[in-house]
Design a protein around this ligand. Sequence first.
Ligand SMILES: Nc1ncnc2c1ncn2[C@@H]1O[C@H](COP(=O)(O)OP(=O)(O)OP(=O)(O)O)[C@@H](O)[C@H]1O
Length: 317
Amino acid sequence: MVAIKLHELSKSFQGPVINQLSLTIPDQQITALIGPSGSGKSTLLNMIAGLTTPDSGQISFDNQPIFDAATHWNQPPAQRHLAMVFQDFALWPHMTVQENVAFALEKHLTKPELTAQVNWALEQVSLIDFRHRYPRELSGGQQQRVALARALATQPDLILFDEALSALDPELRTRLQLEIRALIHDQHLTAIFVTHDRPEALQVADHLVLLQGGNVVQTGTPAQLYQQPKSQFVANFMGTLNQINAHQAIRPEYVAVSQTGTQQPTYQGLVQRSTFMGDHFDTCVQVGAYDWHVKTQLPYTTAPITLSIDPHQILTF
Ligand SMILES: Nc1ncnc2c1ncn2[C@@H]1O[C@H](COP(=O)(O)OP(=O)(O)OP(=O)(O)O)[C@@H](O)[C@H]1O
């Protein structure tokens, strides 16, 4: 439970990576940092964690400064009440599941407290029956659950996930996304999720922060970024876009093969191909200078086609 404020945060390595970035990350929500490769997502996460020192700016948790370049205040990572979960699980191979979860706790707790805390964390991730196993005896998904239990066991205010699910197969990944979402909300934690996977961000996050070149280009709910993008870049990043002209575009779900007598605006195109997608065909149509994608129930062969659009759904930039 912690609201995070970043104020005019900057970081350069060989060149600028984060540029005077100001941002509020809401309390008790899951915020996903998204953006193209190299946009600064991991750098931002590492600055919040205290693993990377910003060049300038301030970071505060619940209005308490944890970093201030001007006063040289830099709270050590261990005192920030946060936990991190990484893509590679980072488990100790020579320790059992319960030893891995207990490892970060042992200094602070009595034996009975420690056992209770570890068991509680393992129950949260449904791994209590696996507590005597070694990481090599677990699947990838189970290993990531151990990493999550280890994070929960420290009773953090904030959990940071850095591409935590990227190594898992799609089905497992979806299951863990839902489990993590439920856990974070049940425990009233704040979480920040770095992912390069847009469907994952939509599934997991309450709140999105889209970065481009070290700047925040838009924040909001997943639906706000998808339906009300502030720029062409945001619209493109959030999903497939059919360009109408230089300033207007429409999502594929609002384009249909025209029925005779339609009252909606129509466009003439030439079918390029139809690709089977399981529950629909992705039919690619050349409309003027642009390629459009249309969700159709049947495949179409190369031929002229008339498309209609829902004019209320046109995005204008
Ligand atoms: N420790 C470092 N030393 C030098 N350059 C770095 C360091 N960390 C990050 N960078 C550079 O900063 C830029 C942003 O990297 P960062 O990892 O934050 O981006 P990202 O958005 O998380 O990218 P990706 O999605 O590819 O992981 C990149 O150009 C990267 O090479």
